[in-house]
Design a protein around this ligand. Structure first.
Ligand SMILES: *Cc1c(COP(=O)(O)O)cnc(C)c1O
Length: 363
């Protein structure tokens, strides 16, 4: 069926798989004979318990999450995790942060409120266009964890190799790359992701953390909602969760399983990104902003080098059915977010459009 949808390159909230949207539409007046939609349903009902249990089981299967890791569904998006991570994991009151863009910078500044936070490495010197060498960093012997943002949504860079944490726990913000490729969960102590980039509706973060990191001996001023132990003990149902987002995320997990899982996603995502980056590398008008080996598969950032021309491209693209190509307000330029749900045809059509634009605007 043709819904007259545009190609949506938004960084988040972002494109969703059409079959998932269709399923939800079909269930919105009566979810499987319950006589109501999921948004009208008690979070203590058996029907909802099945929804959250299946979501968790499907995610565990998709990512191959070991049994000694908990999966938590927490409100407050990824931003709340910037505070929850230090509040819950700082035992010695020390943490090492690697700052590679706007999101790790925010997390770093937030963590500073809770302890001694070291700037272990940064790519700020070149406007976050690369990932620093993290093979032999001066990790603080007292650090409770080393923190990265594995894919910088705004700057368009990604870690190809995880840092050498010298035995310390690795904490990763995976918001804009979550489920884009296989992930070896046991390399991490904690992974979190705001779901509105690559999974579902905004307002939910998924936290995957190793059980032995869950502490009960926290400062008593830590708000109850911000304690991982509370969420873990209550199966993410301490209070009313974001039922709707959990339901939709569960649909996406099933959709990904049916589509071949995360290896298949990686293959598709690499193909899609190559189409766009190859064009940028051959273009005389556009160029990618991130050094080649650190380019993101998900957020492709590029510029013409002329702000006015950038704006012209964005406007012409929108008129042609390619929406949300404007770069983040803090960096300008252009950005095409090509998450799991963006079909290859969308990227091919965008490249055809950019090629045509370039030909028509030759100096
Ligand atoms: C979008 C984003 C965030 C913030 O997510 P919210 O859900 O808006 O709090 C944090 N980190 C990364 C990498 C992001 O892309």
């Amino acid at each position: 069926m043709d819904y007259n949808r545009v190609y949506n390159f938004s960084a988040g909230p972002a494109i969703m798989p059409t079959p998932v949207l269709e399923e939800i539409a079909n269930e919105v007046l009566n979810y499987r004979g319950s006589g109501m939609s999921v948004m009208e349903m008690s979070h203590r009902s058996e029907v909802f318990q099945t929804i959250i249990d299946e979501a968790e089981a499907d995610l565990r299967e998709l990512m191959n999450i070991p049994d000694n890791y908990k999966i938590l569904f927490i409100q407050g998006g990824a931003t709340l995790q910037f505070a929850m991570v230090p509040m819950n994991l700082m035992k010695n009151g020390v943490a090492d942060y690697i700052v590679t863009g706007a999101w790790s910078k925010k997390a770093y500044l937030e963590a500073k409120k809770y302890g001694k936070v070291n700037l272990l490495a940064t790519s700020q010197d070149k406007n976050y266009t690369y990932i620093p060498d993290c093979s032999d960093l001066p990790v603080d012997p007292n650090a409770d964890y080393v923190y990265i943002c594995e894919n910088e949504t705004i700057h368009g860079s990604t870690f190809q190799k995880l840092p050498n944490t010298k035995g310390k726990i690795l904490v990763a913000d995976q918001s804009s790359m979550f489920l884009s490729k296989p992930c070896n969960v046991s390399d991490y102590g904690l992974i979190f992701a705001g779901v509105q980039k690559n999974v579902g509706p905004a307002g939910l973060a998924i936290v995957i953390l190793r059980e032995d990191l869950i502490r009960e001996d926290l400062d008593e001023k830590v708000p109850t909602y911000m304690r991982y132990d509370i969420h873990a003990k209550s199966g993410s149902l301490y209070n009313t969760p974001n039922c709707w987002s959990i339901y939709v995320c569960g649909k996406v997990f099933k959709h990904l399983k049916k589509s071949g899982g995360l290896s298949a996603m990686q293959k598709r995502n690499e193909e899609k990104a190559a189409i766009l980056y190859d064009f940028l590398d051959s273009s005389k008008m556009f160029r990618g902003t991130v050094e080649k080996e650190y380019r993101s598969l998900m957020n492709v950032t590029f510029v013409t080098g002329d702000e006015e021309l950038d704006a012209k491209v964005v406007a012409a693209a929108k008129a042609a059915g390619f929406d949300n190509l404007k770069g983040h307000r803090s960096v300008g330029g252009l950005r095409a977010s090509i998450y799991n749900a963006m079909p290859k045809e969308g990227v091919e059509a965008l490249v055809a459009f950019l090629e045509k634009f370039e030909n028509e605007h030759k100096a």
